[in-house]
Design a protein around this ligand. Sequence first.
Ligand code: FPP
Length: 256
Amino acid sequence: MKYSEVGKPAQQVDTAGKENKMNVPNHVAIILDGNGRWAKAKGMPRSYGHVKGCANLETICDDMKALGVKYLTVYAFSTENWKRSKEEVDGLMKLFRNYLKKCIKISEKNKMCVRVIGDIHAFDSDIQESIQRLEEYSKDFTELHFQIALNYGGRDEITRGIRRLAQDVKDGKIAPEAISEELVEGYWDTAGLPDPDLLIRTSGEQRLSNFLPWQLAYTEFYFTPVAWPDFNREELVKAIEKYNERDRRYGGVKEE
Ligand code: FPP
């Protein structure tokens, strides 16, 4: 992908006809990438890209719901993102603070159950409280299940899960022979959620960056050069159309 393609605005097209014919994935996961490059390309600070990226999250939740997607999981802050400059991390924390409060209303509007995955203990106590308040407020909504990965890392999730499982084995609650894939999944942050059907990564990179390594085992991947702030409903429809072309065999063979 050419660097100049990053941040290219999405084309405006009427998607209504296509939308009606699509097999919509039950669970979409998105790596929200490219905020910084998008802003820089406009001569603006990286923080401007994050603000626009945050606003786009609200719009995409509306679009997901309208298209019939039931589960949406987004990667907003990884366990590795603390390595960024203090200025950028502080800016992101401010954004999370505001968004988590605002999200109460958004959850009400979309009848959307919100859950944060990741190790939230690393955040300031007011952020942790906002997360708990939001999760409690929205827990009975069922139209859209929206997971936000904050201080999330797949390896960290697995490590934390194994630690709790080992404790349960030690306490005699679980026999080692009873350990199965289904049981192990119950120790991940995503316990109880279906695996994603479609993973979208914006802004050109083609890697997972420690996002849901267990859960994405049979997921279809879609990479687009469009930066996250420009990723709109038309781009989402394009991704779902590509998903519709895939032949999901889960390691099996299709009957002729
Ligand atoms: C990746 O772009 C984006 C992030 C690390 C932060 C994502 C945050 C948001 C979309 C906004 C807030 C979200 C919530 C949940 C309130 P990048 O900075 O890595 O961009 P680059 O690859 O161009 O540098």
